[in-house]
Design a protein around this ligand. Sequence first.
Ligand code: HEC
Ligand code: HEC
Length: 206
Amino acid sequence: MRRAILLTIAATLFAAAALAQEVAPVAPETVPQAETTLVDPTVGLAEWQTIHDVFAHPRCANCHVDDDHPRWSGAHYGETRFHAFNVQRGADGSGFGNPGMRCMTCHFESNSNVLHGPPGAPSWHLAPVEMAWFGKSSAEICAQIKDPERNGGRTLSEVAEHVRDDALVAWGWAPGPGRNPAPGSAEETFAAIERWSAAGAPCPID
Ligand code: HEC
Ligand code: HEC
């Protein structure tokens, strides 16, 4: 009888010890460590680099200018230069061009299949001046993306969704014959923005 009780106690202690052992390594680590990882700037800065390489790519930056001229650039165009035909943002500031030289006079809903033919996507026009990346540093582009005053009033999630879903952005990865696409894909850039945001959205200093 006594032996049986002792055995039961021993078994209970053993089970409790086993349980404690299973639980012990998990409990102290999970919560605090996850938080430390989230604010580690090196994690976020690596994500930013991926995002920057897309945004600063000519297929994106040539529409995101702070003056009146869309740019042409890349091997297919020769030296980076102003868009030919004296194409401009438009006196009304809309980004759709001046009357008689509207972007959509030449740029249709899809790409011309001909080399040097006009590329296309729905509602082709320049981004507003405050969303400029062309010729800007990584730090400047980073600050712009995060600033709702200059990014169209978007949260970072909304910026990520715009990159995933917008037709003009999508064109950057399917730019038509002779033009190099932006690196990666819309889906990968969306995911990088989400991870950058979760890591505290750090900006480089330059
Ligand atoms: C044909 C011109 C054009 C091209 C090419 C283009 N954009 Fe834009 N972009 C625009 C316009 C116009 C807006 C403003 C739309 C709005 O605010 O609703 C914009 C806004 C944005 C915004 C939201 C505002 C901000 O600054 O955060 C993001 C993000 C963006 N573009 C990313 C890209 C990326 C990434 C590429 C390349 C893969 C690209 N765009 C290529 C015209 C363009
Ligand atoms: C008179 C016709 C015409 C008008 C108007 C026009 N474009 Fe173009 N655009 C072209 C042609 C043609 C190309 C392709 C040239 C080539 O590939 O050699 C082009 C190419 C582009 C490119 C691709 C450049 C690159 O490096 O990827 C962008 C961006 C662009 N145009 C923006 C605009 C914007 C914004 C407007 C209006 C403000 C506009 N265009 C108005 C004819 C036009």
